[in-house]
Design a protein around this ligand. Structure first.
Ligand code: 26W
Length: 819
């Protein structure tokens, strides 16, 4: 027994009950009779874990014994969502567990509700990382996800008088049954100090880094189960600890309080996730986080994962590190440092290896979202890395001068180190120079990346640039979030589509079947009822019945244009109030917003306050009752998304064209049978191409039109003056009609629209109102709408993150990664 493979517990409700009660009694130390729901949740989660353990150990053994090239996914964020249901689905244990719990008088739904989701990410980028590791496990690709175990994830959003107030996310305070700490695998990470030259035994001039201080990284392992395939990969999240030296200091100095303070200082590094998702603050602690987790990850891989005598010349055959945006890019000089300073390699050889070990994914087009780190800061925190970055830059600029003689302007544009407006390292340039490949996240984005964001680099390295359109995991976002639709799909196309989403195309012909359409509507209706029940207990919100459910959920950002959606809501309201249209002629609609604002993003917070103010006024006005309602549940997160998205009729994807890199919520909505109203932006372009113009509501300027308007000079106040309807709407807001008669509370919002409007909401206003009128009419034709909704599902199989992973394998990670 001791020498054989790990034997999983019996797969039956009796078997599970035994595991559960053992965990409850011996793990939690309580009897069933005296156990709290939290005791029960922790015990059952650990019992579920038992069923994954044999596969986890077996997967690890298989990967050790048949070493194939591995993907090291480096991401500062993983927005995982709740783990329990995911594990139950991966092990196909829902029924067994439900039955066992029923024996104890416990409901599975109560257990589900106990879990606080690990919110270790901001939005799209973090959720994408979570979808990708899910898909890699399902495809049995060897992958380790590396990241940070933040003690506090994305803040919990509350509203006080309609304004956002952030509350710390204490996700770990009731215990976390999903993680495995490995303090024995701790690694040391250095910071600060200085460098010095010395001559080694062979008489070679070398550099060494004399650090000023250090911390320890303790890995916490998470299981990443594939979908019912016996594969369990690993997510390795790092947590900062004080080095043991601090313990000694207590004895040496006798200053206990000072020693403890130092400990706190070290542990601050992984204390909290930065909640800014577009404007990097250039904060020292953030750079510490970035270096901390990549230094831990590289060291862990080289010293603990590779065989002890491994020849590092062959490193590129063993690993490809995918850089999820620029956040982990400090890994590039770190690998150079390891190879040169620690392993004694020459620069050219180290650089050749490094260039093959990294690939870079860019997730933005906003210039202000590109990270630059002040040279002063990098030099103080990572003096050796700064020297290496200068070394990389020097050799790179030589190549630029060779390729484009006499073009010093270009040299300055391309330099990894900028001089103006302040001396700083441009992380995107470093990533592009070092990466074997650079990819955008949707066709349009990758095109704009080449043409607008990094054109000099695309010219110099045309073959480096490629596209991989994002995707989402069908396990969580269809199978788990939408059981009603999932059942219908299985009946129509047979089981197994969860692992081959292209099979959704089999639904195509069912769009013509009236009986299927009726079942499809019933599934949507069931999801709406589930949402109503949730919002009632979660937010005390009572959703009206029988409405078109119009949903805009995503981070609050000006470029995403929640402001434009708000102008539409106020337009509907104003047209009923003014008597321009009779209330009974209006298609009943409930608009749901969900959005967190970065705590320091003033305009975003003003927009939240205004949405809440508008909602309050509209929902209290009998003149529009039953016709128009607005809901803004606080704290939109993965868990809420899983109930909201399957209930939606209309998906709002209304960013200014050329601004949203891809979007992934857009894909989740389409896969759940919502129709999209959207601009030609990000992955909307591909969604529209696939579902067809008849099943997509396109509006607004195209990216070239945006560029042209920009060039010709955009004057938003002129648009306002020229459009009487828009003028009435803005005037109504400006009058204080939604803010208890106080115009002061809306002036920042209104003035920005009229005199700045960087993202051209007013320019797209009329087009948006027009398309929404078409939507009202289309929704009234129930059969045609359902047909379109089914075709959205049938034609959206492309947006599985499994397909994205195949594209990464083909275009970026290359041969040698076993499938
Ligand atoms: C503070 C620095 C910073 C800058 C950018 C933090 C985080 C970011 C991210 C790039 C923001 C982000 O999540 N981008 C989104 O990435 C998604 C996945 O590729 C895309 O679908 C979204 O369009 C993009 O906005």
């Amino acid at each position: 027994l001791a020498r054989g493979p790990v034997v999983p517990p019996t797969r039956s409700s009796e078997g599970f009950l035994r595991e559960f009660l053992r965990e409850l009694q011996y793990g939690q130390g309580v009897t069933l009779a005296r156990s709290s729901p939290n005791d029960q949740y922790l015990a059952m989660a650990r019992a579920v874990r038992h069923y994954l353990m044999a596969d986890w150990l077996e997967t690890a053994r298989r990967r050790r014994e048949h070493p194939a090239k591995m993907v090291g996914y480096l991401s500062a964020e993983y927005l995982l969502g709740r783990q329990l249901d995911n594990a139950l689905l991966a092990t196909d244990m829902v029924d067994i567990v439900q039955e066992a719990l029923a024996e104890c008088g416990i409901s599975l739904d109560t257990m589900r509700a106990q879990e606080v989701e690990p919110g270790l990410g901001n939005g799209g980028l973090g959720r994408l990382a979570a979808c990708f590791i899910d898909s890699l496990a399902t495809l049995d690709v060897s992958c380790v996800g590396y990241g940070i175990r933040y003690e506090y994830g994305i803040f919990r959003q509350t509203f006080v008088d309609g304004r956002q107030v952030e509350v710390p996310d204490t996700w770990l305070s009731f215990g976390n049954p999903w993680e495995f700490p490995h303090p024995e695998r701790e690694v040391e990470v250095n910071f600060g100090g200085h460098t010095e030259q010395y001559t080694d035994e062979d008489g070679r001039e070398r550099t060494r880094w004399i650090p000023g201080w250090n911390v320890l990284g303790v890995p916490y392992h998470y299981m990443v189960p594939g979908y019912q395939n016996g594969v369990v990969n690993t997510l390795r999240l790092w947590s900062a600890r004080a080095t043991h030296a601090f313990d000694l200091q207590i004895f040496n100095s006798g200053d206990y309080a000072e020693a403890v303070r130092a400990q706190t200082f070290a542990e601050n590094i992984t204390k909290v996730l930065y909640p800014e998702d577009s404007t990097p603050q250039g904060r020292e602690l953030r750079l510490q986080q970035q270096y901390f987790f990549v230094a831990c990850s590289l060291k862990d891989y080289i010293d603990q994962t590779l065989p002890p005598d491994f020849d590092l010349k062959r490193l590129p055959d063993q690993i490809i590190f995918q850089l999820n945006d620029t956040h982990p890019v400090i890994a590039v000089p770190e690998l150079m440092r390891l190879l040169i300073d620690d392993k004694g390699m020459e620069w050219d050889e180290a650089w050749e290896i490094t260039q093959k070990c990294f690939a870079y994914t860019c997730h933005t087009l906003l210039p202000e979202a590109l990270e630059v780190w002040p040279v002063e800061l990098v030099g103080r925190l990572l003096p050796r890395h700064l020297e290496i970055i200068y070394g990389i830059n020097e050799r790179f600029l030589e190549q630029v001068r060779e390729a484009f003689p006499g073009d010093e302007l270009r040299v300055r544009r391309m330099s990894i180190v900028q001089d103006h407006p302040f001396r700083a390292v441009r992380m995107a340039h470093l990533a592009t120079v070092a990466g074997a490949k650079v990819n955008g996240v949707a066709e349009l984005h990758s095109q704009l990346l080449r043409d607008k964001l990094l054109p000099d680099f695309a010219q110099m390295y045309p073959d480096k640039f490629t596209n991989v359109t994002n995707g989402v995991t069908p396990r969580r976002f269809v199978r788990q979030a939408n059981p009603a639709l999932s059942e219908l799909i299985s009946e129509a196309v047979g089981p197994g589509w969860e692992r081959d989403l292209s099979r959704l195309s089999g639904l195509e012909s069912f769009a013509e079947d009236p009986e299927f359409r009726e079942q499809f509507r019933q599934a949507k209706q069931a999801n709406k009822e589930r949402l109503r029940a949730l919002l009632l207990v979660r937010d005390g919100v009572e959703l009206p019945e029988g409405h078109l459910l119009d949903v805009m959920v995503k981070r609050l950002h000006e470029y995403k244009r929640q402001s434009l959606k708000l102008l539409h809501v106020v337009t509907l309201y104003e047209s009923i109030r003014s008597g321009e249209v009779a209330a009974e002629d209006v298609t009943p609609r409930t608009v749901i917003f969900g959005a967190k604002a970065a705590p320091g993003y003033h305009m975003a917070k003003e927009t939240i306050a205004l949405i809440n103010a508008v909602a309050k006024t509209i929902n209290a006005d009998p003149a529009v009752k039953g016709r128009l309602a607005v809901a803004f549940p606080a704290n939109y997160n993965v868990t809420l998304a899983e109930t909201l998205i399957p209930a939606a009729d209309l998906s709002e994807q209304i960013s200014l064209a050329g601004m949203e890199a891809s979007g992934t919520g857009n894909m989740k909505f389409a896969l759940n049978g919502a129709l999209t109203v959207g601009t030609d932006d990000g992955a909307n372009v591909e969604i529209r191409q696939l579902v067809g113009d008849d099943n997509f509501f396109l509006f607004g300027m195209s990216e070239p039109e945006v560029a042209a308007l920009h060039a010709s000079g955009y004057v938003p106040s002129q648009v306002y003056a020229d459009n009487p309807r828009l003028k009435r709407v803005i005037d109504l807001i400006a009058s204080g009609a939604f803010t208890d008669g106080d115009p002061g509370r809306v002036s920042a919002f209104v003035d920005d629209l009229l005199y700045n409007d960087r993202f051209m909401a007013l320019a797209d206003y009329q087009s948006y109102i027009d398309v929404q009128e078409r939507i009202d009419a289309a929704y009234a034709d129930t059969e045609a709408w359902t047909r379109s909704a089914i075709l959205n599902v049938a034609r959206a199989g492309f947006f599985s993150s499994d397909r994205s992973m195949h594209d990464y394998l083909d275009r970026i990670w290359g041969a040698g990664i076993r499938l």
